[in-house]
Design a protein around this ligand. Structure first.
Ligand SMILES: Cc1cc2nc3c(=O)[nH]c(=O)nc-3n(C[C@H](O)[C@H](O)[C@H](O)COP(=O)(O)O)c2cc1C
Length: 219
């Protein structure tokens, strides 16, 4: 199998290259749903399936799932000479992240923050996040993963992304999910919360896509 390597010092394309890839305003908004957990048997798989189910029923939205477990990146952080496996993962990941107009991160809470694998994915990329919208679906114990979300907001600000206010959060999430869906009457409430998040994400995602199309983000 051939391997794509990154010849430039920065592993990401320039911001203007990202701007140039912005499609027309009438195109569906491209939403990348990023799984925060890479654990085997991760609970997050069911949460992700539930959320993409809600997102998939919306008009004007094209949703795809980014699973870092399938595209591992070495822990050295961004490097000009990534190893073969990382180069392969980057070649698959970069265009998908660059093409996205907005992101939703589905994250658990690990020791009051978000998982290391998620940070690694964020750190390996740069221009792909810039001037785009991001939202969060979280799960955990009593905190519902909200401490992970608050930490992620700081990271996305550094990456020049705009995070939306509303979050979908599942506290004591275990047992709430039944197969691919939400057990019990709380399903409707969670769906309403997801719709609100997606409303905000669509507004920011479309606004920023149009802004990138008109003028490259140089911040
Ligand atoms: C290393 C580690 C740290 C954890 N820390 C927290 C925590 O601080 N707060 C919390 O609510 N749950 C915590 N948990 C429990 C996770 O929320 C729970 O294991 C969840 O299923 C993890 O999501 P995943 O299965 O999708 O990886 C922790 C789990 C692990 C593995």
């Amino acid at each position: 199998m051939s391997v794509a390597t990154s010849p430039s010092p920065s592993p990401s394309p320039s911001p203007s290259a990202v701007a140039a890839s912005a499609p027309s305003p009438s195109a569906p908004l491209r939403l990348a749903v990023i799984m925060g957990s890479v654990r085997e048997e991760r609970f997050g798989a069911g949460v992700t399936r539930w959320f993409t189910g809600v997102a998939g029923r919306r008009a004007g939205l094209e949703t795809e799932v980014i699973d870092p477990a399938a595209l591992p990146l070495e822990l050295t952080g961004p490097s000009e000479r990534p190893g073969e496996a990382t180069a392969r993962s980057l070649a698959a990941l970069r265009p998908r992240l660059a093409d996205a107009d907005a992101f939703v991160v589905v994250t658990p809470e690990y020791n009051h923050s978000y998982p290391a694998g998620l940070k690694n994915l964020l750190d390996w990329h740069s221009a792909e996040w810039r001037a785009k919208a991001a939202g969060f679906v979280s799960y955990g114990g009593v905190s519902g993963g909200l401490r992970a979300v608050e930490h992620l907001r700081q990271v996305f600000a550094e990456l020049h992304a705009v995070t939306v206010r509303d979050t979908v959060s599942f506290h004591n999430a275990w047992g709430r999910f039944d197969g691919d869906g939400l057990a019990g009457p709380e399903g409707a409430g969670a769906e309403a919360a997801a719709e609100k998040l997606l409303d905000q994400l669509a507004w920011w995602g479309e606004t920023l896509r149009e802004a990138r199309r008109r003028r490259p983000y140089t911040g």
